[in-house]
Design a binder for this molecule. Structure first.
Ligand SMILES: [Zn+2]
Length: 413
């Protein structure tokens, strides 16, 4: 079987075209879920897919599917894709690469008039980033049944706007039922978002799975008081308590190195006035490890550390775990296929565990799933300077195409 070569120039041009939507000064993108930029990205994807004679459908959480018919349309499809939303200071490849690579697979099959036995669908999942509306991977989570549809639609951003309102405003509150249909295989191409492939000069990562993630909200309560008359010994300073806690949270990851990760990504101090001792601080914590047992231990250490800091700093408060995403293992046979296809094209390849969450995580609950990673410059992502080399972008899309054909089967071509 010889499979067609993807059109490198078209892939790179389309990525550049998509990157213009929500483009930032430093070369990144800002396409937060449910915004006008998100709408424009979706519209562009839909317009390209329509040119390829794909039927577009949108489900109730706004996930978009571009369906390429096959010899037998009754067979469960092979779905490929990722997400078009970004972080506020996001890069142009995180997510968009997987969607555009999926589209390129369809374009290439059309160019070469290849008919597959199974239908192929390119998907753009809603709100993968979870930046405006937590949690992350919302669209694929609802599709898989892991997240309740109504709960997701009622989730509000910091201005009180719900996912339902945002999707309605941009015209992507679809009517198709979320999931509830058999899927043959899910494939996702993505930049690594870490340094390993680049450091080892390797083109393709065959992804074994995704490390587990726990998200916590912490409130530290102290007592507001005048910054002048209140002696240092009499203070209940919520921000000083939070500062001590932040250092303890870093220590949790260091104790579980090299795989442990902890990040305090958000902090708000009230009343945030120079001459008032802070009375309340809220923190947003992200904690990761590839092993569920270790991640559970890290969570226990967080609770214990919080108690210790509260006592030492005379503050109170609470910890709530707002999200747990257990570690995921992808399908062994599909991972093998990714490796074989990389070898067939003579791309260097290694197995790798994903440090970041991806929509593939939820899809792995539904069907055989695998991911194709490519290197990104200095492992940098969730940053406007995020970058990837053209040759790697092309190689990853080629492995995606070859793996897709291995799974969807050529009927004629
Ligand atoms: Zn992503």
């Amino acid at each position: 079987m010889t499979t067609p070569q993807i059109n490198a120039e078209r892939l790179i041009n389309s990525l550049a075209e998509m990157a213009k939507i929500g483009a930032t000064e430093k070369g990144g993108v800002c396409r937060l879920a449910g915004t006008i930029e998100d709408k424009k990205g979706r519209d562009l994807f839909a317009s390209w897919a329509k040119i390829e004679n794909c039927e577009i459908s949108v489900d109730q959480i706004g996930n978009m599917f571009a369906h390429r018919p096959a010899k037998n349309n009754e067979l469960p499809p092979v779905i490929l894709g990722s997400h078009l939303d970004s972080q506020p200071t996001g890069g142009k490849y995180d997510g968009a690469y997987g969607v555009i690579a999926a589209l390129e697979v369809i374009r290439c099959l059309n160019d070469h008039d290849v008919e597959t036995a199974r239908p192929i669908e390119a998907v753009s999942w809603t709100n993968e980033e979870g930046s405006r509306f937590p949690p992350a991977m919302m669209g694929s989570g609802v599709f898989s049944g892991a997240i309740d549809l109504e709960t997701a639609l009622e989730t509000k951003d910091s201005h009180g706007i719900s996912v339902r309102e945002a999707l309605t405003n941009i015209g992507y509150a679809g009517d198709r039922s979320c999931g509830n249909r058999p899927i043959h295989t899910y494939l996702e191409a993505h930049i690594e978002q870490g340094p390993i492939l680049e450091q080892e000069n390797t083109t393709i990562g065959a992804v074994l799975g995704i490390q587990g993630i726990r998200w916590f909200d912490i409130v530290v309560e102290g007592k507001e008081a005048h910054a002048g008359p209140t002696p240092m010994s009499a203070r209940e300073d919520a921000l000083v308590g939070a500062a001590n806690l932040i250092l303890e949270i870093e220590n949790i990851a260091l104790r579980h190195s090299p795989d442990g990760r902890t990040t305090v990504g958000t902090m708000n101090s009230f009343p945030n006035s120079r001459n008032v001792i802070p009375g309340r601080v809220t923190l947003g914590i992200d904690m990761r490890h590839p092993e569920a047992e270790v991640l559970a231990l890290m969570a226990e250490e967080l609770r214990a550390g919080f108690k210790t800091v509260c006592k030492a700093r005379r503050v109170t408060g609470n910890i709530s775990e707002i999200w747990y995403s257990p570690p995921t293992l992808f399908d062994a046979q599909t991972i093998n296929t990714v490796e074989e296809m990389a070898q067939m094209r003579q791309f260097s390849c290694r197995r790798i565990t994903s440090g970041a969450g991806h929509d593939a995580k939820y899809m792995a609950d539904l069907c055989p799933t695998a991911m194709v990673f490519i290197p990104c410059d200095e492992g940098l992502s969730h940053n406007e300077l995020e970058n990837a080399k053209d040759e790697h972008l092309v190689a990853g899309a080629q492995v995606l195409l070859d793996t897709t054909l291995a799974r969807a089967a050529i009927a004629r071509g």
